[in-house]
Design a protein around this ligand. Structure first.
Ligand code: PEP
Ligand code: MN
Length: 405
């Protein structure tokens, strides 16, 4: 597969990129040797892209269909990919689970499904505390430091960005081989800007020249880095890739309108996906004014529900977990809101793996809090296992089918 050399940014786009990257950027590591980090960024810039701009453009077309209500968006995978965990068996298991979930949705909901894996670059994590209870720097994902709890292992190492790129390229090979019955696109959180800045090619096919990231088809901005005056949103504005923005319960309708105005000035259906992750207790109250105001502003975004990140809690035995009942309840509330407002529930975004893990309680595997230690393997947030994921897809398929009557 040829990805094409592309044209590196210069002129006005390069100047806008520099200005974006000079804005305050949340959640960035402090590299102990900035010169070494710059050398790594230069080396990354010379590497082959992981995805082709043509593929990303095809995804944009499919997401336009999602925005029009003609397809459903299924996004999922690990919370954090890891170097050690990136075996072909693990990746194929995750892809198989996504494919089964997509098949369940197509079969029952009668809509084409656009499948996007959290894969091939999901190696950097935002953290709520930069130092943990033991005084160690937080683990920020394998792209930055090691999960091992020692001061040396937790020191950010820019060479990890090179390992991440190589791992992402290998993962993309697994995805391409898996394809056969339909395309699976890849996505990750555009968090670590030294990584993201390195693979940008001028893309002239849209309404204005933009930059196509060769590091993933779909990129999203997380809940902790969506500051309107920050670097991440300014960076996302310049990309031609479809963009997601995670919106949590503190998001105001005015902020949501501003994300859409900034990221989708030409009102291209499906260019922006607003990923609501409100929590099951909040979604019915917090989401409606946001949906109303964005809809009134005239843009057609994709409304996607992430029913995971607003529902995390600590179990009595000390595991970060989620209850499948809360996950289902948030999605149900999300569909209720859209039915009430006459808008379209466009997709779901979940943390799920094909491995038989015990990280989330309840659901198809009836996992209890006591069961959590049996196979709790995630490097970050708890994932649904294959059975829980498939059962969720059947439940969502019913909701999609009902929303179309
Ligand atoms: C995530 O998707 O893993 C994540 C950190 O989500 P959020 O930004 O919504 O908290
Ligand atoms: Mn997560």
């Amino acid at each position: 597969m040829t990805t094409g050399p592309g044209v590196r940014p210069e002129g006005p786009l390069a100047a806008r990129l520099d200005a974006a990257l000079r804005k305050p950027a949340a959640q960035q590591p402090v590299w102990p040797d900035p010169r070494r980090a710059r050398a790594v960024v230069a080396e990354l810039s010379r590497a082959e892209p992981i995805v082709a701009a043509d593929e990303t453009a095809r995804l944009a077309g499919e997401l336009a269909a999602v925005a029009r209500g003609e397809a459903f968006l299924l996004q999922g995978g690990d919370c954090a990919e890891t170097f050690a965990g990136d075996t072909e068996a693990h990746q194929r298991g995750n892809l198989r689970t996504l494919a089964h979930m997509a098949a369940a949705l197509v079969h029952r909901a009668g809509l084409p499904v656009v499948t996007v894996a959290r894969m091939a670059g999901q190696y950097a994590k935002p953290r709520s505390q930069s130092v943990n209870a033991q005084g160690l720097p937080a683990y920020r994902g394998d792209m930055v430091n090691s999960v091992e709890p020692t001061p040396t292992a937790r020191t950010p190492d820019p060479a990890r960005m090179l390992r991440a790129r190589a791992g992402a390229a290998r993962s993309m090979g697994v995805v391409r081989e898996f394809h056969r019955d339909g395309e699976i696109y890849v996505s990750h959180e555009a968090l670590l800007l030294d990584y993201e800045r390195a693979q940008l090619r001028v893309d002239d096919r849209g309404p204005e020249p933009r930059l196509s990231s060769g590091l993933g088809h779909f990129l999203w901005i997380g809940e902790r880095t969506r500051q309107l005056d920050g670097a991440h949103i300014a960076f996302a504005e310049l990309l031609s890739n479809p963009i997601g923005v995670k919106i949590g319960p503190s998001t105001t309708p005015e902020q949501a309108v501003e994300y859409v105005r900034r990221l989708d000035p030409h009102r291209e259906p499906g260019r922006v996906t607003l990923v609501s992750r409100m929590g099951h207790a909040w979604v019915r109250d917090v989401l409606p004014p946001i949906v109303e105001k964005v809809t009134a502003s005239g843009s057609s975004v994709i409304w996607q529900c992430d029913p995971m990140h607003g529902n995390t809690y600590l179990s009595a035995n000390g595991y970060k977990t989620r209850d499948v009942r809360h996950v289902v309840d948030e999605i149900t509330g999300f569909f209720e809101v859209h039915r009430r407002l006459g808008t379209r529930p466009g997709g779901i975004h979940v943390e799920v793996t094909g491995d038989d893990v015990t990280e989330c309680v309840g659901g198809a595997s009836a996992i209890t809090e006591e069961d959590l230690p049996t196979r709790y393997e995630t490097a970050c947030d708890p994932r649904l296992n294959a059975r829980q994921g498939l059962a969720l897809a059947f439940a969502v398929a019913e909701l999609v089918a009902a929303s179309r009557t």
